[in-house]
Design a protein. Structure first.
Length: 240
């Protein structure tokens, strides 16, 4: 396989950097060791956390792709980097909730751990100044961020991903409590699952003990436990 040359830094986010390559349709995504929460107010540097998230997200994207769902992922290049299709990100976060936890618990006054009879789908508008507000389909279309047709496609893919991942994680004795995904559009206007799926973007609870195996460890101030918690997720993915 020919080696890929990293060219210019196109974008630097809270946890990843995006570089151009010699191919205008492909980018390199570099996973940093930073971790943030509370809209970026809480930050830390955690040695080698980027390596774990690169591996975990690689595994999950490959798994999702094996079900015929198109993603930006092409291949993992090294322990911190992936080669991906270049996309224009749609500035929306699609959240799926199988169990009540986090912001919805406070917003609706429902006890964490409650299992709703329906799966809950949410959309947040990615806008730092506005603090990523919760919006609905009509707001997203009104803001010119997406069309109803594209939303229909994304809702179908998102529901599919939830079904696939819920079952997959349950087999590893992990409850997929909730997660956030993002989508982008490639040069042919195709909608591709993009960004990452990792313990930074999902809530994982151990099936037997309900122990938290995700970024909530960091949110609750236990930075020193994050690495081993993420490592535990990686080990469970790779076993069996
Ligand atoms: N999430 C995320 N990025 C965000 C907001 C949320 O990855 O900017 C994930 C979060 O890790 C959880 C799910 O989306 O798995 C639902 O998060 P929630 O709305 O409860 O927000 P939070 O607890 O992060 O305030």
């Amino acid at each position: 396989m020919s080696s890929i040359i990293k060219r210019n830094l196109l974008l630097e986010g809270k946890t990843k950097k995006i570089y151009s390559t010699d191919n205008p349709y492909e980018v390199i995504i570099h996973y940093k060791d930073s971790i943030t929460a509370l809209d970026g107010l809480k930050k830390d540097f955690l040695q080698d956390k980027g390596i774990l998230n690169n591996e975990i997200s690689t595994f999950i994207f490959k798994f999702i792709n094996s079900y015929g769902i198109q993603t930006h992922f092409i291949r993992r290049i090294n322990n911190r980097e992936q080669l991906c299709h270049k996309v224009d990100m749609i500035p929306l976060e699609f959240v799926v909730r199988n169990i009540i936890a986090g912001s919805i618990s406070k917003r609706l006054g429902v006890k964490e751990g409650t299992t709703p009879s329906n799966t809950i789908f949410e959309i947040c508008y990615k806008n730092d100044k506005l603090k990523d507000p919760l919006i609905n389909d009509h707001h997203a279309v009104f803001l010119g961020l997406i069309s109803y047709e594209e939303l229909n496609i994304i809702h179908r893919i998102t529901s599919n991903i939830n079904n696939i991942l819920k079952k997959f994680f349950l087999d590893k004795n992990i409850i997929l409590v909730d997660f956030k995904i993002e989508f982008g559009k490639d040069s042919k206007n195709q909608i591709l699952l993009s960004d990452e799926i990792s313990p930074d973007t999902c809530r994982f609870w151990d099936k037997k003990t309900s122990k938290k195996l995700d970024k909530d460890i960091f949110r609750s101030g236990l930075s020193e436990k994050v690495f081993n918690t993420y490592l535990e997720i990686l080990k469970r993915l790779n076993v069996g």
